[in-house]
Design a protein around this ligand. Structure first.
Ligand code: HEM
Length: 394
């Protein structure tokens, strides 16, 4: 990161051992919005040397890998199910989930926030969104963990586990789709089944793909971002205190912590044709990584970019949700989850401080964050007041 930031002062495009990286806010945004650059998600099998495996040939095209008119059609059909209003409907449930997780640790005075809160947090929410019952939450958690191995840079070795989990998830979601067709409910699958535009509807395979994309894209991202955001707050105690005092700052705190330390630090594109962009010609097929992390610390977009300020009002958007046609479909839901969780954590774990070093996932992880975040705080006394009031040693 430090080297990329140094390089950003000289040029918008940096040559790295892994290829070219676009590092400024303006150019990262422009490349992500340029339709001549396509998502490299479709190349994950090729890049990992398993393109010819049964697993890759049996996969449906994920929305993340689609481009052009088929991608536009899909986004149009599903857009209504992912609006801020749709996410707001889940907020009461989200509040129950975060408070129940915090109930289990608040009285003890210490926890590993990653294992105790961040890891379990998104699963019930995604299951509620999809309409999967509570007794199946554990299944979803295991499938998500196994399928996420796809990002561990050892696809050849992980393939059997990933393939088995994908097959189980396929069967489960396929059956759920059939059930919702017969008996619609107030959930995302029923909304997607009903979604229609000019007589066009999602096919069975597309419904299964969308449900799986939501599970895959909406779980590990959210849990890692929550851990990144809390890691920042606990190492900036004045910001923890400010948010505890003014919980209405939660939406800004979410954007600011996602800007300062995003769980998705970059994404990959390839030139679908020869592209002339600014002073550079990219031959067709060139892989280009877009560094969301350095773009988010670009001083031309964010004054004093290395200062964390949860009350920051910014005209430039942080880029951790991406930009352009693949902009995160679940951004409203992710924002709702983080906006509900942060104020609960800073008020119910008063003046929490580190109880040992933060451990981070290896750099190879596509989605990244702390693997361990040990916190200690003063549990509430019998009178209900926190003994932390007056603690200044955080
Ligand atoms: C803090 C949490 C999250 C972060 C940081 C995040 C980040 C991202 C990013 C960067 C992309 C674009 C990737 C690219 O352009 O190559 C993306 C796409 C996507 N995200 Fe998220 N995401 C989060 C949560 C969610 C949630 C909760 C859901 C589902 C409810 C979700 C569903 C999706 C889907 C379906 C796409 C693909 C969109 C497309 O290709 O058209 N994400 N996300």
């Amino acid at each position: 990161m430090a080297e990329l930031e140094r390089a950003r002062r000289q040029h918008w495009l940096v040559r790295t051992p892994m290829g070219f990286a676009v590092v400024t806010h303006e150019d990262a945004t422009a490349v992500l919005r340029d339709r001549r650059f396509h998502s490299a998600f479709s190349m994950i099998g090729e890049l990992s040397g398993v393109a010819d495996s049964d697993y890759m040939s049996g996969r449906r095209d994920s929305i993340l890998a689609m481009e052009g008119p088929p991608h536009q059609r899909l986004r149009r059909l599903v857009a209504g199910a992912f609006t801020p209003r749709a996410a707001d409907r889940l907020r009461p449930f989200i509040r129950v989930v975060i408070n129940e997780l915090v109930d289990q640790v608040a009285g003890t005075g210490r926890c590993d926030l990653v294992a105790d809160v961040c890891e379990p947090y998104p699963i019930p929410i995604i299951c509620e969104l999809l309409g999967a019952p509570k007794q199946d939450w554990k299944l979803f958690s295991r499938w998500a963990t196994d399928i996420f191995r796809v990002f561990n840079n050892d696809l050849a070795a992980d393939l059997p586990v990933i393939t088995a989990a994908s097959a189980e998830l396929d069967d489960y979601v396929g059956a759920l789709v059939e059930q919702r067709r017969r008996d619609p409910a107030d959930d995302l699958l029923s909304d997607l089944i009903a979604a229609e535009e000019a007589g066009d509807r999602l096919s069975h395979d597309e419904l299964v793909m969308m449900a799986e994309a939501v599970l895959m894209a909406g779980t590990d991202t959210t849990r890692n971002q929550l851990a990144c955001s809390v890691a920042l707050l606990v190492t900036h105690p004045e910001q923890w205190a400010l948010l505890a005092e003014r919980p209405e700052l939660a939406p800004r705190a979410v954007e600011e912590t996602m800007r300062y330390l995003g769980a998705v630090r970059g994404t990959l594109r390839f030139a679908a044709e020869e592209i002339e962009y600014r002073d550079v010609v990219f031959p067709a097929g060139t892989l280009v990584s877009v560094s969301l992390a350095t773009a988010n610390r670009d001083p031309d977009a964010f004054p004093l970019p290395d200062r964390l300020d949860v009350s920051r009002e910014s005209r430039s958007p942080q880029l951790t949700f991406g930009s352009g046609v693949h902009f995160c479909l679940g951004a409203s839901l992710a924002r709702a989850e983080l906006q509900e969780a942060l104020p609960v954590l800073v008020t119910r774990l008063p003046a929490a401080r580190l109880d040992g070093p933060i451990e981070w996932k290896p750099d190879t992880f596509g989605i990244w964050g702390p693997s361990r975040l040990p916190l200690v705080w003063d549990p509430p006394t019998a009178t209900g007041a926190s003994a932390a009031a007056g603690h200044q040693d955080a």
